[in-house]
Design a protein around this ligand. Sequence first.
Ligand SMILES: [Zn+2]
Length: 236
Amino acid sequence: MKRCVTAGTQRVEYTLIQAVRSDVLFQALPEAGIRVYAPKYMRLRDVDAMVRARAGQLTQMLREVEARLEADRLAHPVVDGSPLLIEGRRCTLRLHEGARRSGRLVGEEYHLTLPEPDSDAAVRAAIRSTLSAVALRRIRARLDYYVPRVGRAPGRVAIRDQKSRWGSCSQKGNLNFNWKLIMAPPQALDYVVIHELCHLHEFNHSPRFWALVEAQMPEYEVWKKWLKTHKEDMYL
Ligand SMILES: [Zn+2]
């Protein structure tokens, strides 16, 4: 739930996530902004008051994470010849100028055509949109494979540009996947597909949930760990 409080001249927008927990957690994420995890029973005005009391600190936290992301982007300019991870393979980006945006993987080279190949932001956006389409196709195909095995079918399936999650499952059984999964090895993508499908049986991370995951992929820990340790390689 999006909320907004004002503290003096400061306006703080935040996303409230009400959860089963006993304490309040404040997070600042680049692009996603400020997130507040609060116990379900806590009154909204009490949460607002806590945010208001920390307005300066939260704004500062957000400024710092955004500056870090910007520095990270400057350190990895995306230009012709830049490395690009696709399906766990280190590929090379090849840029071409053209009216229509398109992407094509030829051997170890990803050929990207776009109207403004000199703009870092445009190149990033074109990589994201062309690879998102590839990711969606791949994820749908893997869902087709695993749905009969796991025994539950999801509702809506969507690709998201999520900063901090590889996938998610809603209460209604809708699944979201991070487009960057296409950068990971196919087994890591499969692990996330299996993970989210298993949430359709167990909406938690209990031992029963992990047993379902393990039944589909005995070596799942390897890929879970891979995703954790390679986040930095997927800097786009
Ligand atoms: Zn989960």
